[in-house]
Design a protein around this ligand. Sequence first.
Ligand SMILES: Nc1ncnc2c1ncn2[C@@H]1O[C@H](COP(=O)(O)OP(=O)(O)OP(=O)(O)O)[C@@H](O)[C@H]1O
Length: 352
Amino acid sequence: MLEICNLCKRFGAFEAVKNVSLKVPDGAFLVLLGPSGCGKTTLLRMLAGLELPSEGQIIFDGQTVSDGDRSWAVDPAKRNSGLVFQSYALWPHMSVRGNVEWPLKVMKMPKVERAARINEVLNLLEINQLADRYPNEISGGQQQRVAIARTIAPKPSVLLFDEPLSNLDAKLRVEMRTELMRLHRATGATTVYVTHDQIEAMTMATHVAVMNHGTVQQFGTPADLINTPETAFVATFVGTPPNNMVPVVKNGSGYKVGGRAMQLSPPSDDCLAMYRAEKMSVSETESAMTLPMELVETSAIAGRTMVTGLRDGLRLTAIVDSAPPMRIGDTVQFSLPPEPDCWFSRTGERLG
Ligand SMILES: Nc1ncnc2c1ncn2[C@@H]1O[C@H](COP(=O)(O)OP(=O)(O)OP(=O)(O)O)[C@@H](O)[C@H]1O
């Protein structure tokens, strides 16, 4: 079990991580997902022991490894965790084998055992043929594999990844995603993985903590986040494409939805209606439930078409069977279903 209890981190007066609490079972794949600057790296660095919490505790397998309230933490090298960075940070003067061997030497593993373990991890990452090369003689993707091999060699019970795929090209990212999932199954190590890429999060995670401005907005399985987003931020950050959020305000005896008078029964006089992209449709003709938008984008996605419209700062996306006959810049009518999927307050809390 990996437990984080009321964790806070302040840099001077700035609070980078605010009262985060979560628990995952052994062998979980926890993704910390959020936009740049939301505090995910700071949280990961506290898990690695590189940063002392200002308040709260981190507990690995029942043992407290960081305690902000007592300003105390177990040394990074002694907490049975391994960290893989975005930059590979391999030792350039050591071969691939030498890099992977180094942490085993530090832990004083006997030579014969060391050789067996090196072979095991080089095989696991399919880089045994590179064992005698130096970091400047292998590609970026291969260097990342070596960095991962070096991290898992000492068999840490907690593996920490800080955006490990962000320096790789799109195709390699997808391949490495599958590789990392295979590795996770093979090692069984509890994994914490930082990314701002929601597709990566949704495909790899058993548990996701969606972060914004230092707080956890929602903690759950990928399916929880898609099916029941708890905040407007989660609803618009997660999913492909993300959900549509349309402002609804009282207008005389009725309501204006996205600026147009419509028949709707919102739970409050000023709120947000969420519509899933696959429930919207587009057409040339106006009706009681349509919003006129400027067509700004169409793209093919898994045999269907994603259509995006923009008007007065409102952005709507629909997933439809075929592209509308209009051209970019033309007016397209986005048709809303009779009821939204759910409601949020103007400040982003879920209403129903
Ligand atoms: N040592 C530090 N001193 C002061 N402020 C810091 C320090 N480290 C991080 N911060 C601030 O804390 C906030 C969170 O940073 P953090 O690196 O955790 O974000 P992040 O979500 O990982 O972002 P990114 O995806 O861009 O790496 C940022 O506003 C950052 O400027």
